[in-house]
Structure formats: C-alpha cells, structure tokens
Design a protein around this ligand. Structure first.
Ligand code: SAH
Ligand code: MG
Length: 203
C-alpha cells in the first residue's frame, strides 16, 4: 500500500485497526480483479483508504455508502460517540466532510466514490455486480442483516464478501455481524480468511 495513503488511513478517525485494514486491502486487490468494490459504512473514510488504494492498484473503483448521520452506537451518550462529528447547524452527526478530507488527503479522488444515502434504499436501485462487498454499517441486528439481505446478491461469482466486527464470543462484542457471517456461510459463501474481527468469504 502507498506509504502516504497508509499514513492517512492510520490518522483518520474511525474503527479499523491497521492489521485488519491491511487484510481488507489484500481482499480489495483480489476482489477488484472481478469487479468494483462497495463498502457499507464510510464514516470518516478510514477503511475506504485501505480499500480505495487496492481499487486504484487493480484499475477499479470503490463505492462507499453511508447516510453520514451515524449508527445508533455513534449517537450522543453511546459508546462510540465523537462530539467533533456533530454539525452545530443541525445538531446531528455529519461525517461527510471528514470523509471528503480523508479521500483528498489520500489522493483517492476519482477512485473512491461517496454514495450518500440509506444503504437498503441505495441497494433497491443498484444493478452492478461487485468484486467485493464490505459490510461495516450499523451493528443492530435488523440493520446488519438488512444490509446483508439487500446487498449480498450483488457479489459476483468468484467475488468476495467481507464482514467487520465479527465476534463469536458475546463477551468480545455485539453478535449481529457474527449472525450475518453465519447466514452467509449457510447461503454458500466459503470462509477464506480471518484477521482480528474481519472475516472474508468467497462466492
Ligand atoms: N468503516 C468505517 C466505520 C463505519 S461506522 C471505518 O473504517 O472507520 C458505521 C457507519 O454506518 C456510520 O458512519 C453510519 O452512519 C453508517 N450507517 C448506519 N446505518 C446506515 C444505513 N442504514 N445506511 C447508510 N449508512 C448507515
Ligand atoms: Mg467496523
């Protein structure tokens, strides 16, 4: 990965440890040979830099989907809240300006394409098969399962599905991404790689 972009990824606000980010980058290099990459859950663009540099290397793009108003767990009073991402004008979270800054700093304009909207709504109108789908949106069970239901059918044959924050043991974290991973396996995706809480499967 380009060292300048790696420094930007490391410095960006977000929820992607470096070792998992590098595993995601590797998955992007692989999946990107089959088709474009799509991420659910941009936040401030941290994971988008790991994936976007991979897309750039193999001549494709990354679509990154987020309404930018945060998940339940990002709101005021919750564990993953950051008051710096609240827009004083609206009083709501708005991470879009942070995403744009991260993408520009990493020189990934034109490679990382922000899609601003509700994930299942975007999926309803989506048509393009994907080389890699990365699910890292809301972690409530209905939200995470909704993302899987809406998007998993777009993973091309031979393409990859990556799921973040998969914890088998409830003591380590919420169970929704693990339940999504189990459903993906039941649906015929083949588990290929684990890096921390990141799991990569192939169709
Ligand atoms: N991948 C990021 C972290 C994503 S946090 C990183 O590397 O740091 C989860 C994101 O999912 C939040 O920004 C939130 O706004 C978004 N999200 C939650 N539910 C959503 C929905 N229904 N549609 C679009 N985005 C959603
Ligand atoms: Mg995550």
């Amino acid at each position: 990965m380009r060292p300048d972009a790696l420094a930007v990824a490391r410095a960006a606000k977000g929820f992607m440890p470096d070792d998992e980010g590098m595993a995601l980058h590797d998955a992007g290099l692989d999946g990107g040979r089959t088709g474009p990459l799509l991420e659910i859950g941009s936040y401030c663009g941290k994971s988008a830099v790991y994936l976007g540099t991979a897309a750039q290397s193999v001549g494709t793009v990354l679509f990154t989907v987020d309404h930018h108003h945060g998940s339940e767990e990002n709101q005021t009073g919750w564990e993953h809240h950051d008051p710096e991402v609240v827009d004083p004008h609206t009083g709501r979270m708005d991470t879009l300006p942070f995403l744009r800054r991260t993408i520009e700093d990493a020189a990934l304009d034109g490679i990382v394409i922000a899609v601003v909207g509700d994930s299942p709504t975007v999926a309803t109108h989506w048509r393009t098969p994907l080389g890699l789908l990365f699910i890292d949106g809301g972690h409530a069970l209905d939200v995470a399962m909704g993302d899987y239901s809406a998007w998993s059918g777009f993973v091309a044959d031979g393409g990859l599905l990556a799921i973040h924050d998969v914890f088998e043991n409830p003591a380590d974290g919420g169970q929704a991404p693990f339940l999504v991973w189990q459903r993906a396996v039941a649906d015929g995706f083949t588990p290929e790689r684990v890096a921390g809480s990141l799991r990569v499967l192939r169709r």
